[in-house]
Design a protein around this ligand. Structure first.
Ligand code: PAF
Length: 278
C-alpha cells in the first residue's frame, strides 16, 4: 500500500492507480480506525478496481480545541489496518495542504444540517462539507463509501455531491455493531465497564421504537417510550430521539416508507449517537 504524505505526490499516485482506466473508490476517515472503517474499505474494494483512503483529522469540524488536541492519532497502526483490509493507497494531507494561508471558503449545506447534530455541534457540518468537497476535488474518486452510523453526515454528503456536480457515487454502508448491538465507535473505548453494559439500551430503544411504530404507535408516543428506556438505563442528557424522513431529516408525525430513527444521548461524559431504519 502506498502512503502519500505530500499533496505534490498525490496526482502521480492517483494517475498510477487509475492506469488503464481503472475505477477508483475512496474512503475518507479521520484515523483511529476500527472494524467499522475496515468494512468501508472492504465495500470500496468490491465497488472499484482500486481503493484510496484518506486520514485527516479535520480541524474545521471540531467545535472544541481540546477535543481536536485529544483526538487519537496512530498513523502507523492505521496504515497497517488499511493495508490488511485491502486498501491500495492512503493519503495523509496536512492542514496546510487542505487549508493553505488565506483559505476563506466554507461549504454550507442548508436544511439537512440545521437540526439534530447540527443544533448540538455548531459549525461541525460546515467543516465536514468543506473537507469532503476538498477531498473529492483532489482525489476525484468514482465512488466513495461512508458509514450509516453518522447518518446526518451521510445525508449532507449525498446532497452536496449532487448540488456541486462532484460526480462521485456515494455509498452508505450499514453500521457495524458489537455482538450486543452497540454501534462501533472510537468513543466506546471511553465508556466505563458499567457504562458499556448500559450503552446497549441505545440500539435497543431504537429497535423498540421501530417495532412500536410498525405496530401502529405514533412516532411521538414511540419517542417518549424510547426516552424513558434510555433514562432508566442511566442515559442523560438525551439530546434527541426522533422519527425523521430518511433524505431530508425532517421530523415525521406518522409512519412512512424510508423513515429513519435517529438518537443522541450521553452516558456519563460520553455522547453516543445511533440510528436505524424506521
Ligand atoms: O466521518 C468522518 O470520519 C469524518 O467526518 C469525515 C467524513 C472523514 C470528514 O472529515
Amino acid at each position: 500500500m502506498q502512503i502519500i504524505k505530500s499533496k505534490e505526490n498525490l496526482a502521480a499516485a492517483l494517475a498510477r492507480l487509475r492506469e488503464g482506466g481503472r475505477a477508483l473508490a475512496m474512503v475518507p476517515t479521520m484515523g483511529a480506525l476500527h472494524e467499522g472503517h475496515l468494512a468501508l474499505v472492504a465495500e470500496a474494494a468490491r465497488r472499484a478496481d482500486k481503493v484510496v483512503a484518506s486520514i485527516f483529522v479535520n480541524p474545521l469540524q471540531f467545535n472544541d480545541a481540546g477535543d481536536l488536541e485529544r483526538y487519537p492519532r496512530d498513523e502507523e497502526g492505521d496504515a497497517a489496518k488499511l493495508e490488511s483490509a485491502g486498501c491500495d493507497a492512503v493519503w495523509m494531507p496536512t492542514p496546510a495542504d487542505l487549508y493553505p494561508e488565506g483559505f476563506a471558503t466554507t461549504v454550507h449545506v442548508a436544511g439537512i444540517t440545521e437540526a439534530w447534530e447540527g443544533a448540538h455541534r455548531p459549525g461541525h457540518f460546515d467543516g465536514v462539507a468543506t473537507v469532503v468537497t476538498k477531498l473529492f476535488t483532489n482525489v476525484a474518486p468514482d465512488v466513495a463509501v461512508f458509514g450509516e452510523k453518522d447518518y446526518q453526515q451521510l445525508a449532507l454528503i449525498r446532497r452536496l455531491t449532487v448540488d456541486l456536480d462532484l460526480g462521485v457515487e456515494i455509498v452508505g454502508l450499514p453500521t457495524v455493531r458489537a455482538e450486543d448491538g452497540l454501534a462501533l465507535s472510537s468513543r466506546n473505548a471511553l465508556l466505563s465497564v458499567e457504562e458499556r453494559a448500559a450503552a446497549v439500551a441505545l440500539p435497543r430503544a431504537l429497535d423498540e421504537m421501530a417495532r412500536a411504530i410498525g405496530a401502529g404507535a405514533s412516532p411521538r408516543e414511540a419517542e417518549a417510550a424510547a426516552r424513558e428506556t434510555l433514562q432508566s438505563a442511566g442515559f442523560g442528557p438525551i439530546d434527541y430521539v426522533a422519527y425523521v424522513d430518511g433524505d431530508t431529516l425532517e421530523p415525521l408525525k406518522s409512519a412512512r416508507e424510508g423513515a429513519r430513527i435517529i438518537a443522541a444521548a450521553s452516558l456519563g461524559k460520553v455522547r453516543l449517537i445511533d440510528n436505524r431504519a424506521g
